[in-house]
Design a protein around this ligand. Structure first.
Ligand code: HEC
Length: 177
């Protein structure tokens, strides 16, 4: 009898542990606490991961701006009146080569209101095989506090950017010949 109650007690403890574990959110390891080897890896196509990459691992503020575009240049609607567009190294070399954007290109656009308040951040990230029908772009929109407002194969973004399909869905400058 004692044997059974011991077994039952052990099973009980295990099941509590399993339930507790399953109910837990996946742990997010802050960048500073991550091990080596992650600093140059590309994020998965997800709003949170991409955000961690562009403000943590590879801060976009250190990137180059779109060639020939100044800080807070005047853009068209809907993105806001003043825009600053940053490109990572992959994107920058693609822009220079004029053969479309390479995989792992990231473009980060800060959207400012006329009074220079940051309104949103919109991002395009090219992920091999992510969406072959539409240039493999992953789309993301963040609020001024970096909350994810939209992510994925976002219909709204595609609806407009598809008109620039022959230029790899890009409006800011020519990236194809
Ligand atoms: C109604 C049209 C329209 C919609 C909708 C739209 N965009 Fe754009 N986007 C533009 C235009 C036009 C530009 C060029 C910059 C400018 O002058 O505004 C641009 C530029 C960009 C750029 C800079 C690189 C490039 O393509 O030129 C990014 C990044 C971007 N948009 C992301 C997004 C995301 C993410 C969404 C959806 C949340 C989105 N856009 C929705 C019109 C649109």
């Amino acid at each position: 009898m004692r044997k059974y109650s011991t077994i039952i007690a052990i099973l009980f403890v295990i099941s509590i542990a399993v339930i507790a574990y399953a109910g837990h959110d996946h742990m997010v390891i802050p960048y500073e606490k991550q091990g080596f080897g992650t600093a140059t890896s590309m994020p998965i196509p997800a709003g949170g991961d991409l955000r961690q990459h562009i403000i943590g691992q590879e801060p976009y503020k250190n990137w180059k701006m779109w060639p020939g575009k100044d800080k807070m240049f005047k853009g068209a609607e809907p993105h806001g009146s003043l825009l600053t567009v940053f490109v990572n190294d992959n994107a920058l070399s693609s822009i220079k080569k004029m053969k479309g954007m390479s995989n792992n290109s990231i473009i980060v656009k800060e959207n400012y209101a006329p009074n220079k308040n940051l309104v949103a951040i919109t991002v395009m990230y090219k992920v091999k095989g992510y969406n072959p029908e539409a240039g493999d772009w992953f789309w993301a929109k963040y609020g001024p506090d970096w909350e994810v407002l939209a992510e994925g194969k976002v219909k709204g973004c595609l609806g407009c950017h598809t008109s620039a399909k022959s230029n790899d869905f890009i409006f800011t400058g020519k990236v194809t010949k």
